[in-house]
Design a protein around this ligand. Structure first.
Ligand SMILES: Nc1nc2c(ncn2[C@@H]2O[C@H](COP(=O)(O)OP(=O)(O)O)[C@@H](O)[C@H]2O)c(=O)[nH]1
Ligand SMILES: [Mg+2]
Length: 200
């Protein structure tokens, strides 16, 4: 796939605020600060399409970016930052659960940090995705921060720790260098071809 057009459409809290055109969703999940917004900018070749921050954000909004007038990349609020009240956590969980149940969700891209073992939150999130039977792509990001020889062993370790079966793509990625970009675009293509009956 080549991304020719990418535009921010809306931020939503509730499903009735989601875009009304019923295009499929490919959603991004991952802990806060792992690089979700950066990844959107990288694969769309747009520096400032999605707002990035070195401060773990508290954004509780679902951001919709329409790609090639064909589908939405959906930037979901991150998990795993400290100093969040129980009430906030419940709100987040309800919102994600509602989102995971939307019928036009074509697949999920989960981002983990290639330098670290997946967190308990990463594993909980993944089990949720598996439970809902949603096609999954995993990106091990910030690969530019690892020496080249350490990438492959770390990828193997992450695959084991997440207990990922071989058919689930696990792609080393970097928003800094563009590593893995073509592979991600191909994996998104596969979400569509694997679901030819998909009608939104
Ligand atoms: N070195 C490096 N830094 C990254 C990468 N991706 C994101 N970052 C940085 O990590 C911070 C958080 O990124 P952001 O995209 O806002 O994370 P989000 O909270 O998951 O949306 C920012 O300072 C980014 O510049 C990457 O691939 N490599
Ligand atoms: Mg973000």
């Amino acid at each position: 796939m080549e991304i020719k057009k990418a535009e921010f459409v809306t931020s939503a809290i509730k499903p009735d605020q989601y875009p009304a055109d019923h295009l499929p969703y490919v959603a991004l999940v991952g802990k806060s600060n792992v690089g979700k917004s950066s990844m959107i900018n990288t694969i769309t070749n747009r520096n400032k399409l999605a707002k990035t921050s070195s401060q773990p954000g508290k954004t509780r909004l679902v951001n919709f970016y329409r790609i090639n007038d064909a589908f939405y990349l959906v930037d979901l609020p991150g998990y795993g930052f400290a100093r969040v009240s129980k009430k906030e956590k419940i709100k987040w969980a309800n919102m994600i659960e509602t989102f995971l149940a939307t019928p036009n969700l074509l697949g999920i891209i989960q981002l983990v940090d290639i330098r670290h073992n997946p967190t308990a939150d990463d594993i909980t999130m993944m089990n949720w995705i598996k439970h809902f039977n949603i096609p999954l792509i995993v990106l091990a990001t910030k690969a530019d921060k690892l020496g080249k020889t350490r990438i492959k062993p770390q990828i193997n370790k992450i695959r084991k720790q997440l207990d990922l079966s071989q058919h689930i793509p696990l792609i080393s990625f970097s928003s800094e260098t563009g590593l893995g970009k073509e592979e991600v675009l191909k994996a998104i293509d596969h979400l569509f071809t694997d679901h030819l009956g998909f009608e939104g």
